[in-house]
Design a protein around this ligand. Structure first.
Ligand SMILES: Nc1ncnc2c1ncn2[C@@H]1O[C@H](COP(=O)(O)OP(=O)(O)OP(=O)(O)O)[C@@H](O)[C@H]1O
Length: 317
């Protein structure tokens, strides 16, 4: 697993990463919120920011976007200093907690943000952004009558309307129903296919696992782990359904890797660099030891399991 240290400051060029930050720190009244955080989001890359409550995710995002002043550290967005309005105009942002003026209509909110971004987006394209988040038929309705999920959908349209090259989404699906979540997942994949970079803060690990190229895990303000899903989930698993397991057979299983048991089901954690003979040899030995093998299912550990392993290890470190 590689810690994403992003040491060298990139050139301020069109090819610079979408996000580059180095040594970000923030304290609130003596309490550390973010402590020496560095990472990058490449152009067109979807990066997930994960971590427990209070880990510093939102604070880190706000420092990237110039909404919180860092005590230390440096930020480049799309190759420009984070505070530069030219960079910010090409960044779409969905904040975690937000409230629009209730007397505005959905299309007025979009028009306002397009004006603030200083870009010229035709009215038809603005309507398309509303359609993209399932609000096409509510364009003329005032926000005072919008549900939480509808407000979050509008927030997404705001983040996407000005043709951003980088989109930062702070818990975009927290208020959404299952269909809304699936829509956002499709939307993220669509952004990826258009080479728009995304930084996604979400507690929905399955969602992150499905769409993200890379993950940065924060814990107690620090980067606890970072890497591609393949790097983080390198470990293999073997799920077996067995009966008539003798003590010798138990020993043979334990020799292959750490074993957890749930009734007749056993899960063996195997190393990442698995020898191709390991699984067939194990099954042959089990059969020889009189075990009845009902099912053998290879798998990879889930991001959720990996996250829990990392965070529990940090707790005991
Ligand atoms: N404005 C603030 N004033 C004082 N402390 C703050 C402020 N904002 C954040 N903090 C503290 O900084 C730490 C990190 O908070 P942050 O909101 O960044 O965490 P998070 O990882 O986004 O959490 P969650 O998953 O719960 O949204 C917490 O201890 C929090 O209490």
């Amino acid at each position: 697993m590689s810690l994403d240290t992003a040491e060298r400051r990139p050139e301020q060029a069109a090819s610079a990463p979408a996000v580059w930050c180095s040594g970000l720190r923030k304290r609130y009244r003596g309490r550390v919120a973010v402590d020496d955080v560095s990472f990058t989001v490449g152009r067109g890359e979807v990066v997930g920011l994960l971590g427990p409550n209070g880990a510093g995710k939102t604070t880190a995002i706000k420092m990237l976007l110039g909404l919180v002043r860092p005590d230390a550290g440096e930020v480049l967005l799309l190759g420009q200093p984070g505070a530069d309005p030219r960079a910010r105009a090409r960044v779409g942002y969905l904040p975690e907690l937000f409230r629009y003026q209730p007397w505005l209509t959905a299309s007025e909110v979009l028009a306002l943000h397009v004006r603030l971004a200083g870009v010229d987006i035709p009215a038809a394209e603005q309507r398309e952004s509303l359609a993209l988040v399932g609000l096409a038929d509510r364009a003329g309705d005032r926000l005072g009558g919008f549900s939480k999920g509808m407000q979050q959908r509008l927030g997404l349209a705001v983040a996407l309307v000005a043709r951003p090259e980088l989109v930062v989404l702070d818990e975009p699906t927290s208020a959404l129903d299952p269909i809304g979540r699936a829509d956002v997942r499709d939307l993220l994949l669509e952004l990826k296919s258009r080479q728009v970079a995304v930084l996604l803060n979400s507690h929905l690990i399955g969602e992150v696992e499905r769409v993200c190229d890379r993950v940065v895990i924060l814990d107690k303000g620090r980067v606890a782990a970072a890497g591609t899903l393949a790097e983080l989930l390198g470990q293999n698993e073997l799920r077996l359904r067995l009966d008539t397991v003798s003590p010798q057979a138990e020993q043979r299983l334990a020799a292959a890797g750490s074993v957890s048991r749930d009734g007749d089901n056993r899960t063996v954690r195997l190393p990442a660099d698995l020898d191709p003979a390991t699984v067939p040899d194990l099954v042959a030995d089990l059969v020889r030891l009189g075990v009845r093998v009902h099912a053998v299912e290879p798998g990879r550990i889930s991001l959720e399991q990996r996250l829990l392993d990392i965070l529990r290890h940090e707790e005991h470190a």
